[in-house]
Design a protein around this ligand. Sequence first.
Ligand code: AMP
Ligand code: ZN
Length: 136
Amino acid sequence: MSDCIFCKIIDGEIPCAKVYEDEDILAFLDIAPISKGHTLVIPTKHYNNLFEIPEELGAKLIFAFKKVGQGIMKATGATGINVVMNNFASAGQVVPHAHWHLIPRIEGDNLFKITQGKYDSNDEMQKLADKINKCL
Ligand code: AMP
Ligand code: ZN
C-alpha cells in the first residue's frame, strides 16, 4: 500500500533498525520502545489486521516469533517476553499494517499489566461462551 509506513520500510523508502528478514517476514526495532529491544514483526505483504492474514503464513510467523523472540531475550538479558497484537483502533492499532510487538521483560519491571474483571455469575459467563460459539 503506497501510503503505509510499514510498506515504505519494507520497500526501503524509510530506514529501520532491521533485526531479521526473509521473503515473508520483516522484524525491526520499534522506534518508541516500551523496553529496549522492543521489536515489530510484520508480514512483507500488506494486510490490515489479523483477520486478513492467510492461514499459510501462520507457521512462518510462529517461526519468526520464536527465532526473533529468543534472540531478543539473549541480546537484552530479558527473563520474559510479551507478544502483543493490536487489531483495530479501539484496541490501540495505530499503523494499519498487521504487526506483532515483541517486548522484552525483566522480572519486576512493572511495565504494564492489563486490568482484569469478573462475570456476575457462571451463568452469564457460559451464556456468553455459547453466544460466541454460535458466531463462529
Ligand atoms: P500499534 O499501536 O500496534 O499500531 O503500533 C505501531 C508501532 O509502530 C508503535 O509502537 C510505533 O512506535 C511504531 N512505529 C511507528 N513508526 C515507526 C517507524 N518508522 N519505525 C519503527 N517503529 C515505528
Ligand atoms: Zn503496509
